[in-house]
Each structure stands twice: as structure tokens, then as C-alpha cells.
Design a protein around this ligand. Structure first.
Ligand SMILES: Cc1cc2nc3c(=O)[nH]c(=O)nc-3n(C[C@H](O)[C@H](O)[C@H](O)COP(=O)(O)OP(=O)(O)OC[C@H]3O[C@@H](n4cnc5c(N)ncnc54)[C@H](O)[C@@H]3O)c2cc1C
Length: 471
């Protein structure tokens, strides 16, 4: 079998060598042609088609250690699959040994200590489901099928970021298999430099096998959901978004979405496919207060749909899932924003009007507050001046429509980037982004990350990520 080395050469792995690895792991070792191989190599974004030489569905830390040992023995290129949700498809690399963590989805909650230990193959929904049994949660993202590992290693934001900061700010420690095949702990007290780099540095330093999160009382019932209006109301609705997001407390997080209406049951059939503007809200404060705070949204104008109600937090966390299925073609352009002003809203409405697919959207997420409360060098997750994230999110079905949809996203970004802080989110970068965009995403942390890289991965074994070369 042919495989790719770290320096890009193609080598031959003998059947005995592959059988040797198979005997050393408990999870399935999959090669092209095996049942399960295509499932292992396929990532969320259908624009990305890559074929690792072999994939190991690790069942535990020992399997991960064996994979890293084997990769080092043969000088193999390595890729790591958490949730496989990265838009750039970083989980898969041609000719590589894929360390597939998707079978490692255990979550162990310690309610008294308010800590959850999650194996690195967990999806966000796995963690929320278990922590919510105790009325606890950590700050994760908006779509329950996203992997915790990639999200956390890139920083991470979601419904609770205004209260609790980046996802990585909530990490107490990680277990990591290093490039020299050792299992180490990274926390504020142990290997603090590694911990600093893992919290937002894009996963450059090893294979994270487990993450300990600090938990906070949340729900289990909150006020959350979405209200939609016809796109003709967009200027007024975005003004409401701006004023509410500037004036409300951190318990309320708002997201503005401009897109063709999806065929969702909460929207009348006559509206499906027509342009709408929507506000997605999560209020995780006391329920009475929450209902008072969202009343202005619910009573605004004449909505075409309103499912902003009391509901379980864990249900809200999967509300958007159906709009982001695995297997569509996706292309995003994204920036951090310091504020939302009228000119930005006008430009966003204009580009939403030129959307080329029923699945695309222009989205503005609210962050800020707790994100900004920590010093900028607290961890590798910088960009703490950002108050919002905009994402021009192209999504469509067929390869024949690639050019038109990619061009739409690029055109929109070409105008909207003028409103940026200058930073962008490392986890939203597509496959074709140039190195300067990665540097803008990682910001001033880049130099320190290069030093951490030199100590923990001097041979740059872990390079199929937003790579920082060793200093
Ligand atoms: C539909 C959708 C919604 C999203 N919503 C949000 C959101 O609300 N908030 C947010 O912050 N982000 C969001 N994201 C972005 C998300 O954070 C990134 O896509 C992230 O990379 C996904 O993590 P994953 O484990 O699924 O990634 P994968 O594709 O599996 O991996 C991504 C990268 O992380 C590395 N990696 C994965 N696991 C490990 C590990 N265990 N050890 C070391 N490196 C590892 C991989 O090598 C790769 O470089 C969303 C993405 C999608 C597609």
C-alpha cells in the first residue's frame, strides 16, 4: 500500500507492516475498499474529497499512542479526525494515517465539582446532553454535530460565550498524546506552555484524547429559539438586533440571519424559499427575566414564524442542525467585527439579496463580554476585542454550482471585510485561504505558538491543521 510521508514522498507500506499496526490497536484499521473506510474519510463539507492511506478508528488512548508510534516509525503524514466538521476538511489528508477519534465519545460528569471529562471524539450534543442532566453546561457552539475537539482547539464560541468566554477559556485541562508518543497532561499547572497553545492555537501540538471542561448552572430550561420576518423588514430588524445586542446583559445572545426561508415546519409553506431575516436568541438567565427581555423581539413587526419560547437548552442547541447537513457543498468567508453599524447592515442585506442557493446565508453572531474580560494573551485564543462574528455562508447541492456560489461568498466578503476588526476565526477558514489569513486569525499569538511548537513538535508531525511551523 502507498502512503505519504511527512516530507511529501510516497512510500510503500507492506502488508505485514499494516497487519502489524492492526494487531497493535483495538479499533478498526480501515484501508481503501474496506467497509467503513469511506465513512471514516468523509468529512462534513462535500467540497473536500481526500483519501488517507489508512484510518484507525481509535477506541482509546492506547490506540492513539500506537498510531503515533507507527507514524513516527515510518515517517508518515498524520491527520486527526474529531467531529470531521471543519469547513476546510482538515481532518482528512491524502495518503496520511488518519487518527479517527469518532468512536471515542464518552462524557463523564462530576456534578459536585462541576467538571465534565469528554473524550475527544465527542460532538457538542454529546456533552450538552450529559451535563444538562445536572442542569450544567459549558460554552459550546451552535450546531450539535460539531466536534468538541476542533472547536475547542480553535477557541470556540456559542450561545454562552458572552457569559463564560471562548470555549477554550472553560477548559481545565487536556490529555494529549505528543509527537514523541507520550501521554501528557496539559493544564495551568502541568505543561502550562502546551496548555496555553492548545487553547485556541488550532491543535498544532499533539493528539488531544480528552478535555476537562468547567461547568456552569444553565437551564435545563431556557428561553430560546428563532423569530423570522420577510426580508423587506430587514433594515428595521437589523436595527433592533443592533440596539438589543448593545444594551442587553450577557445572558442574552442574539444571532441575525439573512437567507431564503428553509422548509422548516415552523414557517408557513408559502414562505419557504422566500427571503427572510431572522433573529436566533438564547436567554439563559431566570425564565421570567428572559421572557421580559425577548418580548421586544416577539412583538416586533409582523413575523412569519416565531418559535422563541421556553425550551430545554439541549433542544435549542440542535435547533440549527437540519440547516447544516453533512454532505452539502460549503464555502464560507468570515471576519470578526467590533460593532454592527448601519452601513454593514445595508451591505449585508444587499448580498443576502444576491444569494445563489436556497441554503446560503449571511449570519452575524454576537460574542463579546466574558470573551473580552480576559487578557489578550490569556491563551492562544486572541481576538478578544471582537464583539461579533459575521459569516458569509455559502451552501449548495451540486458541483456544477460551485463557481457561482463561491463567487457570491467572495464578493460579499470583498465588501463586508471593510468592517472587520482585522481578525478572523481560525475555525471558519476555508481550504483556499492564504497564509496571511491564518496569521490574521491567530494574531500576535503566532510567535509564541511557534516556540511552543518547537518544544512539543519540533518535526512538525502535526501539520494538517492551521499550521504554525516550529520557531
Ligand atoms: C455547521 C457548523 C457549525 C459550526 N458552528 C460553530 C460554532 O457555533 N462555534 C464555533 O466556535 N465553531 C463552529 N464551527 C466551526 C468548528 O469549530 C470547526 O469546524 C471545528 O474545526 C470543528 O471541529 P471538529 O472536531 O468537528 O473538526 P475536524 O474536522 O475533525 O478537525 C478540525 C481540525 O482540528 C484538529 N483536531 C480535531 N480533533 C483533534 C484532536 N483530538 N487533537 C488534535 N487536533 C484535533 C484536526 O487535526 C483538524 O486540523 C462550526 C462548523 C460547522 C461545520
Amino acid at each position: 500500500m502507498q502512503a505519504t510521508t511527512l516530507d511529501g514522498r510516497t512510500i510503500e507500506l507492506s502488508a505485514d507492516q499494516v497487519a502489524g499496526l492492526r494487531a497493535r490497536v483495538r479499533g478498526a484499521l480501515l484501508v481503501p475498499g474496506d467497509a467503513g473506510y469511506d465513512d471514516a474519510r468523509t468529512v462534513w463539507n462535500a467540497m473536500i474529497e481526500r483519501r488517507p492511506a489508512l484510518a484507525v478508528r481509535c477506541l482509546g488512548v492506547a490506540d492513539v499512542l500506537e498510531c503515533v508510534r507507527f507514524a513516527r516509525e515510518h515517517g508518515l503524514l498524520v491527520c486527526i479526525k474529531g467531529g470531521g466538521h471543519n469547513i476546510a476538511g482538515l481532518a482528512a489528508a491524502d495518503g496520511a494515517l488518519m487518527i479517527d477519534l469518532s468512536a471515542m465519545r464518552g462524557v463523564f460528569v462530576h456534578p459536585k465539582q462541576r467538571i465534565a471529562h469528554a473524550q475527544a471524539g465527542c460532538l457538542l450534543g454529546d456533552v450538552d446532553r450529559e451535563t444538562q442532566l445536572h442542569g450544567l453546561a459549558t460554552a459550546l457552539g451552535f450546531v450539535s454535530a460539531t466536534g468538541i475537539a476542533g472547536l475547542t482547539l480553535g477557541g470556540g464560541f456559542g450561545y454562552l460565550s458572552r457569559r463564560f468566554g471562548w470555549t477554550s477559556d472553560n477548559v481545565l485541562g487536556m490529555n494529549v498524546v505528543t509527537a514523541d508518543a507520550r501521554l501528557v497532561r496539559a493544564s495551568a499547572d502541568e505543561n502550562a506552555d502546551l496548555f496555553w497553545g492548545l487553547c485556541g492555537g488550532g491543535g498544532n501540538f499533539g493528539v488531544v484524547t480528552g478535555i476537562d471542561y468547567a461547568l456552569h448552572p444553565v437551564g435545563p430550561e431556557i428561553v430560546g429559539g428563532i423569530v423570522a420576518w420577510p426580508a423587506s423588514e430587514a433594515p428595521a430588524v437589523l436595527e433592533l438586533y443592533r440596539t438589543l445586542s448593545e444594551s442587553s446583559g450577557p445572558e442574552l445572545t442574539l444571532v441575525a440571519i439573512l437567507r431564503p426561508a428553509p422548509p422548516a415546519p415552523w414557517l408557513p409553506a408559502a414562505v419557504h424559499g422566500t427571503p427572510i431575516v431572522a433573529l436566533l436568541a438564547c436567554h439563559s438567565g431566570p425564565l421570567g427575566e428572559a421572557e421580559r427581555d425577548v418580548a421586544r423581539i416577539k412583538s416586533f413587526g409582523r413575523p412569519v414564524g416565531d418559535v422563541l419560547v421556553r425550551r430545554p437548552y439541549v433542544q435549542l442547541q440542535s435547533l440549527l442542525d437540519a440547516t447544516q447537513p453533512k454532505g452539502r457543498r460549503y464555502y464560507w468567508k468570515s471576519e470578526y467585527l467590533p460593532r454592527v453599524d448601519e452601513a454593514l447592515c445595508t451591505a449585508a442585506i444587499g448580498h443576502a439579496g444576491r444569494i445563489r442557493s436556497p441554503h446560503s446565508a449571511v449570519i452575524v453572531f454576537q460574542i463579546g463580554d466574558a470573551v473580552a474580560r480576559r487578557p489578550s494573551d490569556h491563551s492562544a485564543a486572541g481576538n478578544r476585542d471582537a464583539r461579533y462574528v459575521f459569516n458569509v455562508a455559502g451552501a449548495w447541492e451540486h458541483a456544477r454550482d460551485d463557481a457561482a456560489n463561491v463567487q457570491w461568498a467572495r464578493d460579499a466578503w470583498g465588501e463586508l471585510k471593510a468592517f472587520s476588526t482585522g481578525g478572523n476565526y481560525v475555525n471558519f477558514l476555508t481550504d483556499d485561504e492564504p497564509p496571511e489569513r491564518v496569521r490574521a486569525a491567530l494574531g500576535p499569538a503566532v510567535q509564541r505558538l511557534a516556540q511552543v511548537k518547537r518544544r512539543w513538535d519540533p518535526d512538525n508531525v502535526f501539520r494538517t491543521n492551521r499550521n504554525v511551523a516550529p520557531a
